[in-house]
Write a protein that binds this ligand. Structure first.
Ligand code: UFG
Length: 330
């Protein structure tokens, strides 16, 4: 199937990838999901074809590119567990860096010259300033962050040498679920704050613990910038349109600019669900910076990006609805 508006979406069966595929389809594109299904879900691919394959399989990538002739690539496929990256860095460099190199070579060979890349606030490590600007020094503190920063460098070099343009989107904390309830956050294992709280409330995960209450923040718990996955999906669409219109390579934060502490998230969950959250106070988790919030002005200036549904009540309500639908499905 060749369509004039195919976009290759690596990792399109994953959390942010699947929400972006839905947004692309709503906007007239045909998302072609390329995913090895190691973490992604076949049932999350609803808005275009699924091509099962691994990024490190150059022959398979080349065949898919030749079949669909995509106008651009949106590249989500990556491993993203910080703790695992510390224990097994080879897995992260092999897939996140090696897989991306294979992808860029296949793009070059097939004349595809635009890519939107999933980068992360983890490239800033423990930031020297908050809110974090794109010019804040990038000093990752774990192999996951290093692997993403290495790809940002690779993208810059491919632009210089081959005019392959990119937008690297540095996400802050992705959360929430599709407001229509069609897709949501389904990680296995689940490590993220909001789903961990919800799972503990319904007995579908381990008990919930706050990782440290002795941080230099107003209530002692870590502060993060939580952005609804639908807003992230919209950010990808805008980045794609920007590149299609001839925009030059850019690196942009995607966040809300507002921080919530872990305790404030617990409070929001109690308010939205009307239920009490039981929790323990545990030790700090290694590598957690006290505060990560985004300066969002550059994404607004370059893409016209603004969050629309990232208020914490909407985020928690959509995550709660999706969590219950998963329970009922299983
Ligand atoms: N937290 C808890 N208990 C839990 C889970 C999380 O207290 O059971 C806390 C964490 O310590 C942190 C906050 O909730 O302060 C958010 O934790 P998440 O694991 O949900 O998200 P992170 O901030 O660790 O993750 C984000 C991005 C990742 C990125 C990482 C790098 O989502 O992609 O930052 O630091 F890799």
């Amino acid at each position: 199937m060749t369509t004039e508006n195919s976009i290759l979406v690596t990792g399109g069966a994953g959390y942010i990838g699947s929400h972006t595929c839905k947004r692309l389809a709503e906007s007239g594109y045909t998302p072609i999901t390329f995913d090895n299904l190691s973490y992604g879900h076949r049932h999350a691919v609803k808005w275009g074809p699924l091509e099962v394959g691994d990024l490190t399989d150059a022959g398979r990538l080349d065949a898919v590119m030749k079949q669909y002739k995509p106008q651009a690539v949106i590249h989500f496929a990556a491993y993203s567990l910080v703790g695992e990256s510390v224990r097994d860095p080879g897995k992260y460099y092999g897939n996140n860096v090696g897989g991306t190199l294979s992808l860029l070579n296949a793009m070059n060979a097939n004349g595809v010259d635009k890519i939107v890349f999933s980068s992360t606030c983890a490239t800033y490590g423990i930031p020297s300033e908050v809110p974090i600007r794109e010019t804040t020094p990038q000093r990752p503190v774990n192999p996951y962050g290093h692997s993403k920063l290495a790809v940002e460098q690779m993208l810059a070099d491919f632009d210089t040498a081959h005019d392959l343009r990119h937008v690297a989107l540095r996400y802050f904390n992705a959360c929430g679920a599709d407001r229509d309830g069609e897709i949501g956050e389904e990680h296995e294992p689940e490590t993220h704050l909001i789903p961990r709280i919800l799972q503990s409330m319904t007995g579908h995960g381990p008990g919930f613990a706050i990782f440290g209450e002795d941080y230099p923040t107003p209530d002692g718990t870590c502060i993060r910038d939580y952005i609804h996955v639908e807003d992230l999906a919209q950010g990808h669409l805008l980045a794609l349109r920007y590149l299609m219109a001839g925009g030059q390579s850019e690196q942009l934060n995607l966040g809300t600019g507002h921080g919530y502490s872990v305790r404030q998230i617990v409070d929001a969950v109690e308010t939205v669900t009307g239920q009490k959250v039981d929790y323990d106070i545990g030790p700090r988790r290694a590598g957690d910076p006290p505060e990560l919030t985004a300066d969002t002005s550059k994404a607004k200036q370059v893409l016209g990006f603004e969050t629309r549904v990232s208020d914490i009540e909407t985020i928690v309500a959509n995550a709660w609805t999706f969590h219950q639908s998963v329970i009922n499905r299983n």
